[in-house]
Design a protein around this ligand. Structure first.
Ligand code: HEM
Length: 396
């Protein structure tokens, strides 16, 4: 293992090379074993959604017309899917320990991106400053470490190699097998596992949560589109059962709406920094090996040479004349190439099931007299909508 490869453990920030390749392949295959991209994961996603639906209605009624902030409920449901896949357990949405973990992760991201701690990227020794946000960042990381390490330790003590329960068990089995085979260069270790799990939470929670929040925000701002989506769901699914992934192919307008919101909002607008692994000539420029490259997905999604009227919200741009879904090469919310999002199939499942279920059950609107939030969003590690509340009523 090279020095660079060990100094950026995990998947998201790991440099391109054999360690990243092995870890990513292992995690992707394992997550697929537990249902990523498959119908078998549907009940797990629906379980969290059932809680969202009950709580949403209750909180909206209690709000007395001022509306409910969707973010905590959606974030709980989304992170519980990652919890089920990787930790083998779900948490009640009012579980204090789980709530603390989510708060810590949110705070960690907030500090890393929106405070002087961002300077650590330029001058790493700042991380060790014994004051202010630098100290807080270390404290937050320490608390997350304790939480995840405790879960890994409890998996180790109850491990049954013949019956792996989740990603942690599968990882431990692989690690022990590599140790038994005497593989000296193996990157599989409990420390590395810790970073992998952290990456799945960081990459999989905020991105999906913010996408759902953007979609629902667009629905309250464009009530005509909301009604059209609901009409399509009523016609194809009806009201007597919850929508399933098997309905996806028959809900083109609904899917086009999700895609159009993803095009307009681009929750990971600058992807993740890449690095040129070789000196490369590109359009007359020489890009030296080691140059950091920041892909601008936002600009691709707003490029007027490929999109008609790119700043206009228009789900129909993803449909052909017969109303069938069109795939567009320049629609790349999950990035492209070898570092394309590892959770793309999972995210698509979650977005589809959450959106269709909520649209089927409820009508969403802004509270009376409240203007919509500014649509430029808030840029942290991901692009989140500015805070907003909505009134929710059951559809009659
Ligand atoms: C709507 C939700 C999501 C969006 C828009 C999204 C978008 C992205 C983007 C743009 C990248 C960077 C691609 C690049 O640098 O070229 C990425 C990387 C990644 N995503 Fe996602 N993501 C989402 C959900 C998820 C979920 C649910 C998971 C969890 C399984 C996940 C796991 C990852 C990982 C592990 C990487 C790093 C891949 C690598 O470097 O090899 N993402 N994602």
């Amino acid at each position: 293992m090279g020095a660079l490869e060990t100094s950026f453990p995990g998947i998201v920030f790991a440099p391109y090379g054999p360690v990243w390749r092995k870890q990513r392949k292992f995690c992707h295959t394992t997550l697929r074993t537990f249902g990523l991209g498959k119908l078998s994961l549907e009940p797990c996603i629906l379980e969290g959604l059932a809680v969202v639906k009950t709580e949403l209605l209750r909180l909206s009624e209690e709000s007395g017309g001022s509306g409910v902030d969707l973010a905590p409920l959606i974030s709980n449901a989304v992170s519980n899917v990652i919890c089920s896949l990787s930790l083998g357990q779900r948490f009640h949405h009012q579980d204090r320990e789980f709530g603390t973990l989510l708060d810590l992760m949110a705070r960690g991201l907030e500090i890393s991106v929106n405070s002087p701690a961002v300077l650590i990227n330029i001058f790493p020794p700042l991380y060790y400053l014994p004051c202010g946000v630098f100290r807080e960042l270390r404290q937050v990381e320490g608390d997350i470490t304790v939480f995840l390490k405790r879960i890994i330790a409890s998996h180790r003590s109850t491990l049954d190699p013949d019956n792996p329960r989740d990603l942690i068990d599968m990882y431990l089995v692989e690690m022990l097998a590599q140790q038994a085979a005497g593989e000296k260069d193996s990157s599989f270790s409990e420390d590395y596992l810790f970073y992998v799990i952290g990456d799945l939470f960081i990459a999989g929670t905020d991105t999906t949560t913010n996408s759902v929040l953007w979609i629902l925000l667009y629905m309250v701002i464009y009530p005509d589109v909301q009604e059209k989506v609901q009409a399509e769901i009523d016609e194809v699914v009806g009201r007597d059962r919850v929508p399933s992934l098997t309905d996806k192919g028959r809900l083109p307008f609904t899917e086009a709406t999700v895609m159009e919101v993803q095009r307009m909002t681009v929750v990971v607008p600058l992807a993740i920094p890449h690095m040129a692994s070789e000196t490369t000539e590109f359009r007359g420029y020489t890009i030296p090996k080691g140059t950091v490259i920041i892909p601008n997905l936002w600009s691709v999604h707003r490029d007027p040479t490929v999109w008609d009227n790119p700043d206009k919200f228009n789900p129909a741009r993803f449909l052909d004349d017969e109303g069938k879904l069109l795939r567009k090469e320049c629609f790349i919310p999950f990035g492209i190439g070898r570092r394309v999002c590892m959770g793309e199939q999972l995210a698509k499942m979650e977005l589809f099931l959450m959106f269709t279920s909520l649209m089927q059950a409820f009508k969403f609107r802004l509270p009376d007299g409240v203007p919509p939030p500014p649509m430029h969003g808030r840029f942290g590690l991901t692009l989140a909508p500015c805070p907003y509340t909505v009134c929710v009523s059951p559809r009659t």
